[in-house]
Write a protein that binds this ligand. Sequence first.
Ligand code: G3P
Length: 219
Amino acid sequence: MIIVNFKTYRQALGKGALRLALLCEKVSKKSGISIAVAPQSVDLRAIAARVDIPVLAQTADPVGFGAHTGALIPQAILDSGANGALINHSERPVPLSNIEELVKMFKKLGLISIVCAGSARAESRLLGFSPDLLAIEPPELIGGKVSVSKARPDLIEKSVKRAGSVPVLCGAGVHTEKDVSAALKLGARGVLVASGVVKARNPEQALQSLARGFHKARE
Ligand code: G3P
């Protein structure tokens, strides 16, 4: 799976977000590779109504209905038509006890929990919460040109071993077909990408090249 995190990039807000999500759907259908999108929360409902690929929130707060001004509650994510969320992205860290609570709430609601870890040290605790997926992203490589699979193959391999039956995704600096195939050969089940697609001159070509990485890894 490829997860395209729209972050708060200007190109991926409102109409731009919908355009990009539709492009992800198109490439996913053509390539047969599952592509999920993580738009800003204001765009979740509109995008979920228009595309037939997984839609994820970029974060969530472990509270329910009531007096919680500004919170993005799991019930609202579900109600928007989205399928789950990234939890504890390094740009939106969440305290450990909240991560545990969120994973439980997501399970009850049937939402997908993708828990992010920035280091090997954090992983064991996070795996104890039994998330649906573990996402490894070394913060120092995020937004850069060098991919996690090139700079930290050791980290991916160790994470995959430690995670056991929990599928591992990796992200940071992913731009090319080779970045993807290398990650998959190390045992990752997919990648997270933001700038390599959202800021690309031709996002469709960028996505196609990432999708080719999956086919290459299978050769
Ligand atoms: O969640 C994915 C993200 O943090 C990776 O960012 O810009 O390095 O692809 P980027």
